[in-house]
Structure formats: structure tokens, C-alpha cells
Ligand binder design. Structure first.
Ligand code: HEM
Length: 360
């Protein structure tokens, strides 16, 4: 047996607990004024960093599997599994803020001054997570007009620069969606029928808003023009050259994502649908973390500036709104129509998307 051929492993030795548990060194103690809650503050942050490490480890596997062409069933199963794990970790990271909030603002004030100018803002692993998911640098909210990396050490800056050269999950998704074959299976005729059904449906919405005498004129106008804009964005995915800015994904990728979403029950697109849903779950939970963190910061430090020098919760809140990555997938819901209005899937497409054994 294996365990007879090597020395027995001891729990603490395997997990390097002597090292791990000696890494919580309070700045307040170093200054001769130990503050009880600084231990909690350090442990919560260190735990975050450990989970960030796990998330990045999952991203490594996702990058490898998603870079294959084609992405086979086994690789797709790995990707979906890893994304589901990342989502569970992010939920845990949101919940962890509850533990930290058992520390009162006054307790925090007892050791906060020792931390300047260190800040979560300098968390390299957090930046790597955002970057590898696909947050574009151009979309980042600058801090006092400066790029994020200005606050990082030279070594961390180099690591971030190296990560920017890797394919992001967003880019891999875009490339994979573009390649999806089933878009062409129904031919131009099916695409035209689906497009017409959506336009009919949304145009009927515009007409009924305009005819609703109960609504104030100004609101009628606003809502109708919102749908008109959505119709314009929808047209872009069929006529890509007019305004490529409407979507971040390529027009063909948006079509594929829409098809997957609409026909999500067909066996061949069930896993792809799960993949799209998990990416939205991750985007949503990360955004939720940003809001929760911003609220906690407001509660802890009020209107003071952060230890990293930012306008605290104001900066953080704007990142929650602007640092979305898979916003295109959320937009798709505008173009969903009731099942009863969907064009019939051509029989051949239906057969190819199904698993029913049709005999030899
Ligand atoms: C008492 C608790 C906390 C306070 C008062 C606080 C405060 C702040 C503030 C004010 C900022 C903005 C940058 C600055 O000026 O420093 C910030 C950014 C950040 N904090 Fe916290 N934080 C706390 C806990 C945490 C925890 C537990 C984590 C987990 C790792 C964390 C991670 C981050 C990250 C990643 C950023 C950068 C966010 C971005 O730029 O989008 N913070 N924090």
C-alpha cells in the first residue's frame, strides 16, 4: 500500500500550519498598542487572498480548455464545473463581509492609521481576476486620474502586464460563440424569421405604450424611445458595420448567444446555456460584492478618504456600475419573446440539437 512506502504525513505538516498560522502579525502590536480586532481584519483579508488564489487556479484550467478549437464535450464540462465553483467562492466572499462587519467603525479607527497607505486597492490577485475575466482597461474608473497600476509595486505591475497578454475569458467566449455551427444550420431563412418575430414583438410593445392614455406623455415618450434604441441595437447584430459600439461581443457571437438562450432546452445547447448563465452569475456576484464592499466602507469610514487615497465609497460605487464584464449577455433578455411567438425550428435543426436516438 502507498502509505507503507513513505513516511506518514501529519495534518499540520501537509498544510504547513506552523507557517500559515504565524502570518497574522498585527501592526498595532508592533507599535506597542495591540488592538483586539486587528486579528479579524488580517484573517479576513488573508482568507480573501487564499480564495482569490483558488479562483485564479480555476481560471488557468478554464483558459486551457476554452482555448481548444473545437471545445469538446469533456472540456466544456470542465469549464462549466470550474465556473460553478468560482461562483460559489464569490458568494462566500460576499458573505464574509458580514463577519468583518462585526468590527465596529470605532474599533477599526483604533488601528486604521497604522495601515496607511496600504489598501485592498493594491490587491494584485483581485486585479488579475478582473483582467483575466476580461475587464477592458479602457473601462476602468481611474483613481484620481491615474491608472490602477500606478499604486502597485514594480513586481506586481509586471505580473499584471503579463496577465494582460493572456486570452481573457471574455475573448475566449467571443471566439467560441463565433464558431458555433448551429447558427447556420437553419440557414438565412430561419435567422430572418427570428429577427422578424422579435421586431414584431418589440414594435407591438412600442405601439401599446404610445396608445396608453394612462401614462403621462413624457413617460410614454421615454419608454418608447428606450425600446426603439433596443431595436437599433438588435439590428446591429444583423448589420454589423453600422455601429460596432452597441455590443462588446461580435455580432455573430451575440446571435449565437441569443440562439442558445432562446433554445436553451435543446440538449445540444443545455451546457452552453449553463456556461452563459454562470458567466452572468459571476458578473452579478462580483458586482454585488463591489456594492456590499462600498456600503461597508461607507459604514466604516463615512466620508473620509480611503487608506489608498480614494474618495472611498464614491469611487467604489462607480466601479460597481462601470466594471461589468458580461453586460452583453444581460442585454439579451430584451430580445426574448414568448415561446408562442417563436418561429418553428426547422426539423433538421431540431434533430441535430436533440439526443433522441433515431435508429441506425
Ligand atoms: C474595514 C474594512 C474595509 C475598508 C474600510 C475598506 C476600504 C476600502 C477603500 C476606501 C477602498 C478604495 C481605495 C482606497 O482609497 O483605499 C478599497 C478598495 C478595495 N478594497 Fe477594501 N476595505 C475594507 C475591507 C476589504 C476587504 C476585506 C477586502 C478583501 C480583499 C477588500 C478589498 C478591496 C479591493 C479589492 C479594493 C479595490 C476595489 C476596486 O478598485 O475596484 N477590502 N477598500
Amino acid at each position: 500500500m502507498v502509505f507503507m512506502t513513505r513516511p506518514p504525513l501529519y495534518y499540520g505538516q501537509y498544510l504547513k500550519l506552523d507557517r500559515l498560522l504565524s502570518l497574522q502579525v498585527a501592526e498595532s502590536s508592533k507599535h506597542g498598542a495591540p488592538v483586539h480586532d486587528e486579528m479579524l481584519f488580517i484573517i479576513v483579508h488573508q482568507t480573501y487572498e487564499l480564495w482569490f488564489k483558488q479562483v485564479l487556479h480555476e481560471f488557468d484550467r478554464i483558459e486551457q480548455d476554452f482555448s481548444a478549437n473545437p471545445v469538446d464535450d469533456e472540456a466544456m464540462a470542465h469549464i462549466v464545473h470550474s465556473l460553478a465553483r468560482v461562483h460559489e467562492i464569490l458568494k462566500l466572499l460576499v458573505a464574509q463581509l458580514d463577519v468583518l462587519e462585526t468590527m465596529t467603525p470605532a474599533d477599526f479607527l483604533d488601528f486604521r492609521d497604522y495601515l496607511f497607505p496600504a489598501s485592498g486597492f493594491q490587491s494584485l490577485q483581485f486585479r488579475l481576476i478582473e483582467t483575466r475575466l476580461g475587464l477592458p482597461e479602457s473601462a476602468r474608473v481611474p483613481l484620481d486620474g491615474e491608472a490602477v497600476e500606478r499604486r502597485l509595486s514594480t513586481a506586481d505591475r509586471q505580473k499584471l502586464a503579463a496577465a494582460r497578454k493572456r486570452p481573457t475569458i471574455f475573448a475566449l467566449l467571443d471566439a467560441w460563440l463565433e464558431r458555433t455551427p448551429f447558427l447556420d444550420w437553419g440557414g438565412e431563412q430561419f435567422r430572418t424569421a427570428y429577427r422578424a418575430a422579435v421586431v414584431r414583438h418589440l414594435s407591438a410593445d412600442v405601439a401599446s405604450i404610445k396608445a396608453d392614455a394612462e401614462l403621462p406623455a413624457e413617460r410614454r415618450e421615454r419608454e418608447a424611445s428606450g425600446i426603439d434604441k433596443a431595436l437599433e441595437a438588435f439590428a446591429r447584430i444583423f448589420e454589423p458595420d453600422t455601429n460596432p459600439d452597441a455590443w462588446r461581443l461580435s455580432p455573430r457571437s451575440v446571435q449565437a448567444a441569443l440562439f442558445i438562450t432562446v433554445y436553451r432546452e435543446m440538449p445540444a445547447v443545455q451546457q452552453p446555456f449553463r456556461l452563459l448563465s454562470l458567466l452572468m452569475d459571476i458578473d452579478e456576484t462580483l458586482t454585488f460584492w463591489r456594492y456590499r464592499h462600498a456600503l461597508m466602507v461607507e459604514r466604516m469610514i463615512g466620508r473620509k478618504i480611503g487608506t489608498g487615497g480614494s474618495s472611498g465609497h464614491v469611487y467604489l460605487r462607480s466601479t460597481a456600475e462601470r466594471h461589468r464584464i458580461f453586460g452583453d449577455l444581460f442585454q439579451l433578455s430584451t430580445f426574448l419573446i414568448p415561446r408562442s411567438s417563436l418561429p418553428e425550428l426547422p426539423a433538421d435543426v431540431k434533430r441535430r440539437l436533440g439526443f433522441v436516438y433515431a435508429g441506425p
